[in-house]
Design a protein around this ligand. Structure first.
Ligand code: ZN
Length: 530
């Protein structure tokens, strides 16, 4: 029996009317709609008409007329809306209407409407047909469209996340570029920095060593004996003990590279050598100045003895004087940092020997203006004696300018004696100007315009490379260089505090800061003390 459907235009296509009989007589024959569609396609029928028939076909599964009517109305309304929407969307691409793509889109939208409505109205279906929506042999395109439509919120969410990630990536790229550009601009504003090579040894064949022997490993050297105020060593080194004095026994904590502690093991061992100049006034090194030169040396020796400034001093004639006994710390390095393959060292007074060449570094253009050949010769002999005596590694022989730091401003080169021109090669040592200073790469100390101005815009090779290295370490740690610097400064301060706490009291003689203050009128003062 045919069921009248009110308000629905009957599809004009007559070639395959669906069975309008009572639903109880309807077999679930999903192949029917497919057949209709296939036939229609072959004949080039209007897809809109064709799918109207499909809708009518599925309406038959509803037993109750009002449910059937509701299904028909809802589905057809959806279909009309979707068709209109599709046409509107494609209004600028009218040519698509005559292509297979248009039919495909229409088919997909129509079937998705049927599936949606069947699901929504499943409770109105007889019990045995409630999963009808799943049985529909809708074309793959329709199912796909329906799936996309159903999961559109998840899809939108994913799109938002992807877009967010892309925006963040873009932002990171832009801000990274901006910081690089501002770095470059800042660098370009700066006066150019000149990289200074290591000191060149004066062309004295007695003091030059073929590079292939560097760094030199001292053979066994021993003390031959003591004659009056002189020690004689087997390599020809002669050390005057005339100004020898005490200070305080060495004591510090080793800070292994692989630990985050402020130092975990007490030590009183000598680790290395820090070379200095006292920045005393200089007289021309000529025979007619003999007396004046010797007098000046005496005054300086008395001064450094009284202030316990160094462990050794080498005067302009190459005479070597021991000042503070080796097993005692001299007040030579102040706030300072160095490192070798195993350990970090801070406050180097405790762990390093201070060796001072009587000379003036400031204002000198070359090594010849700073040291006499006799000083270079003696420096080498003393270096070999000390390295043999205390098994000092080449890596731990450095200069004050390379280790001194300003811990308040986190700046390097607080003292700048030997920030360049030190004759490492003549001392049988490797060139430490090529080493990236541990103060910069491991502790975040840096340089600014003031430091550069004081150094005449001349910087050693390692310092330039270290700035880049530190910034890249910060980038890897995903923190700004300033934040990382702040953290490392605290680490440095706690390490210093731990070592300094070993001293009984901050007496004047024990306070490196006080000891490094310049002496009164006419006295020597190291560069950068003020
Ligand atoms: Zn110094």
């Amino acid at each position: 029996m045919k069921t009248e459907i009110i308000g629905i235009q009957s599809p004009p296509a007559r070639n395959s009317r669906p069975n309008y009989g009572r639903a109880s007589n309807v077999r679930v024959n999903n192949g029917r709609a497919n057949n209709d569609r296939a036939t229609a396609k072959k004949k080039g029928a209007d897809p809109a008409q064709l799918y109207s028939k499909a809708v009518e076909h599925y309406a038959m599964y509803f037993d109750r007329p009002e449910a059937r009517l509701r299904f028909l109305n809802n589905t057809r309304t959806k279909q009309v809306e979707r068709q209109a929407h599709l046409q509107h969307s494609l209004r600028r691409f009218r040519f698509i209407k005559n292509t297979r793509l248009y039919a495909w889109l229409l088919e997909a939208r129509c079937y998705s409407a049927i599936i949606e409505e069947l699901r929504a109205m499943a409770p109105s279906l007889p019990k045995n047909r409630r999963n009808l929506a799943q049985q529909i042999q809708a074309p793959f395109s329709a199912r796909l469209f329906f799936l996309i439509h159903q999961s559109r919120h998840a899809f939108y969410g994913a799109t938002v996340i992807v877009a967010g990630l892309m925006l963040f990536g873009l932002y990171s790229l832009v801000s990274w570029s901006a910081s690089r550009i501002s770095d470059l601009v800042a660098r370009n504003k700066r006066a150019p920095i000149f990289v200074v090579p290591a000191g060149t040894t004066p062309s004295d064949p007695a003091t030059t060593i073929p590079t292939k022997y560097l760094p030199y490993k001292p053979e066994t050297i021993w003390k031959v004996g003591t004659e009056g105020e002189y020690e004689k060593w087997s390599n020809g080194c002669r050390i005057s003990t005339k100004y020898e004095t005490d200070n305080h026994p060495r004591g510090y904590y080793t800070i292994p590279r692989d630990s985050d502690t402020a130092g975990n093991q007490f030590s009183d061992k000598i680790v290395g050598i820090v070379y200095h100049t006292p920045e005393s006034g200089m007289l021309s090194f000529t025979p007619d100045n003999n007396e004046a030169i010797q007098k000046k040396s005496r005054l300086l020796l008395e001064y450094v003895r009284d202030h316990k400034s160094y462990n050794y001093m080498i005067d302009r004639y190459g005479e070597i004087y021991r000042i503070v006994r080796d097993e005692h710390a001299a007040d030579h390095a102040g706030h300072s940092i160095w490192a070798d393959a195993k350990n970090f060292y801070v406050s180097l007074n405790e762990s390093f020997l201070g060796v001072c060449f009587e000379s003036r570094f400031e204002g000198a253009e070359s090594l010849d203006e700073i040291l006499t050949p006799a000083q270079i010769n003696s420096g080498r002999l003393l270096t070999d004696v000390l390295r043999t005596e205390y098994t000092i590694d080449d890596a731990d022989c450095t200069t004050h300018g390379l280790v001194a730091v300003d811990n308040e401003k986190m700046l390097i080169a607080r003292h700048h004696d030997w920030v360049r021109n030190f004759p490492f090669e003549a001392m049988g040592l490797s060139d430490k100007y090529k080493i990236q200073p541990p103060s910069m790469i491991d502790y975040g100390f840096t340089y600014n315009e003031d430091v550069l101005a004081k150094l005449g815009n001349k910087l050693w090779e390692g310092a330039l490379a270290a700035e880049v290295e530190f910034n890249s370490r910060a980038e890897k740690a995903r923190v700004s260089p300033d934040i990382l610097r702040q953290k490392l400064r605290e680490r440095y301060n706690s390490q210093c505090a731990k070592t300094r706490a070993l001293r009984a009291g901050p007496g004047e003689a024990n306070n490196p800061q006080l000891a490094e203050k310049p002496v009164g009128a006419g006295g020597p003062t190291e560069s950068g003390n003020n």
